[in-house]
Design a protein around this ligand. Sequence first.
Ligand code: SF4
Length: 149
Amino acid sequence: MLLTPMAGRALPGSLSVSGHPDIRVMWVPLGLACCSVEIESAVINGLLVESATDQPAACTVVVVAGTVTDALAPGVVSVVTQAAESGPVRVLSFGACADSGGPYWDAPTVTKGIDQLLTVSAYVPGCPPRPEALVAAIVELAQRDELAP
Ligand code: SF4
């Protein structure tokens, strides 16, 4: 599950990691900030492709990509809470803002890392990280925690 601003884009709701059809991801159009563009780039460049199945995944990986403000934080937590009602969830923090507040770490309205709100399973550093880093982190997380069937 990817939290991204895809307003106006006709992308498939269910995607797979290219070369790993058992590792599937789903868009949630919750706009955060510029790191989300790297996720869009992963789709546009074929690193994430339309999934051949809509069967439930073994686990949901929520990728939080972008600046989380204290005002938006409850929405992010709500998405993860709802996902957890359907099964196991892992949270992947993508980029410096989600990791620690990034360049806005000293802004009073910015959450200083989503691990203040959620249990994070993996972090991807960078401002922004490349889309290849996103896919590598999803695959590593899936294989490390044996999330894929
Ligand atoms: S880490 Fe950098 S690129 Fe990513 S959301 Fe923050 S400022 Fe934007």
